[in-house]
Write a protein that binds this ligand. Structure first.
Ligand SMILES: NC(=O)c1ccc[n+]([C@@H]2O[C@H](COP(=O)([O-])OP(=O)(O)OC[C@H]3O[C@@H](n4cnc5c(N)ncnc54)[C@H](OP(=O)(O)O)[C@@H]3O)[C@@H](O)[C@H]2O)c1
Length: 229
């Protein structure tokens, strides 16, 4: 029985990853903040015979992250760092509080979770980071978001090298625009109908995790074939 922790599984990409990984051979530890939305994800995976444990914690708070770790148990086969937020506004309108909040959720939380959960992993286990094409290129008005994704990419690359001797795989995904609720709060006229479906990210995570323990699919770019939207 594999045990996978998915952060931000209450909706969007995290929920799609949960639904793709769900099976009778897996226990899913599903993290989120919104109780009702997370219950919906739990019901969806339980309907196909998968054991699910809801974990409701706010990743902005160190104490909440510690409590999340305490609820994970003694062993874990995959940590999927997916939870994240976007702050999209011009540099001169970005507040220090927004900068610190996005850093806390998108960077510090994955750091703390990775640090705390690696000791619970055996060779062949995986850390999956949901990054973004914004980890590789800058976009006007996306400075806070790009900062967090570049930072997490740098952290992941270094940790990947550190964990090779332990046989722990670090799998980084770089999706382009994907049609989730994250876009509901981003100003602008975005072509939602051209965005990828979150199930594409779920499929990619499932493929990477399904490889033999000594094979690492380390970096996956996912984008609309027409290019940037
Ligand atoms: N959608 C895209 O175009 C796209 C592209 C590339 C990368 N990504 C990345 O993919 C990941 C998932 O994004 P998404 O599009 O699925 O976004 P989403 O639909 O907005 O979902 C975000 C998830 O993160 C959780 N979350 C947000 N703030 C949190 C906090 N303070 N504490 C705990 N959980 C928190 C949310 O939980 P609650 O709802 O329960 O609060 C939710 O489950 C993010 O890292 C994002 O940067 C997205």
């Amino acid at each position: 029985m594999k045990r996978y922790l998915i952060t931000g599984a209450s909706r969007g990409i995290g929920r799609a990853i949960a639904q793709k990984l769900a099976s009778e051979e897996v226990t899913l530890l599903l993290h989120g903040r919104n109780t009702d939305a997370l219950s919906e994800t739990c019901r969806a995976v339980e309907a196909i015979g998968c054991a699910a444990t809801p974990l409701i914690f706010d990743l902005r708070e160190r104490e909440q992250i510690d409590a999340l770790v305490a609820n994970v148990g003694d062993n874990i086969d995959a940590l999927i760092n997916n939870a994240g937020i976007a702050v999209v506004k011009p540099l001169n309108e970005t507040s220090l509080e927004e900068w610190q909040t996005i850093f806390a959720i998108n960077v510090t939380a994955p750091f703390l979770l990775t640090q705390a959960l690696v000791p619970k992993m055996q060779p062949g286990s995986s850390i999956v980071n949901v990054l973004s094409i914004a980890a590789k290129a800058g976009f006007a008005n996306w400075s806070s978001y790009c900062m967090t994704k570049f930072a997490l990419e740098g952290f992941s690359q270094a940790v990947r090298e550190e964990l090779r001797p332990q046989g722990i795989r670090v799998i980084n995904l770089f999706p382009a625009a994907t049609n989730t609720e994250i876009w509901n709060h981003i100003a602008g006229d975005w072509p939602r109908d051209k965005m990828m479906l979150p199930t594409e990210i779920g499929d990619a995570v499932a493929y990477a995790l399904s490889r033999p323990p000594d094979v690492a699919v380390e970096n996956i770019d996912l984008l609309n074939v027409s290019g940037r939207l």
